[in-house]
Design a protein around this ligand. Sequence first.
Ligand SMILES: [Zn+2]
Length: 146
Amino acid sequence: MAGNMGSSKHVEFCPRCGRSGYARVERRGSREYIYFVHYVKNPKTGRYRTVRCYIGPAGEYAYVEKLHVLGLTNIVEQDYVVTAYLACKKYIESVARYVVDRLATARDKEKRSVVVEAVEKLDKLINMLNSVLKEAEETKKRIAEA
Ligand SMILES: [Zn+2]
């Protein structure tokens, strides 16, 4: 059973395939799922049929989110900037925790390598963020010049 069709809201373009249509929430049991509905014309018959793109569950992805706490949700509601921020924050915290834990038990001659390793982990993040920043600046420039 497909279940009853829930509320629909008008959205212009599908976040999955880019075609026009509208989002529809469908309830199955206690859960709600978002689909994007398109009317596609058959060039031979001239008749329309509906094609659906699956967007994701309504609300947050309960299980994955519990593990990662990254603000993960469906494609329509996902804010990638918030997720990127939360992921960077978690990474920095994990490096800090790693250093504290390792230094607590490391012998004197091991301490320097713990610090070097932590600096390398942070350099990895800084380098990736710098390339993202550069790309964002270039995109902003292209848009402003257009
Ligand atoms: Zn689509």
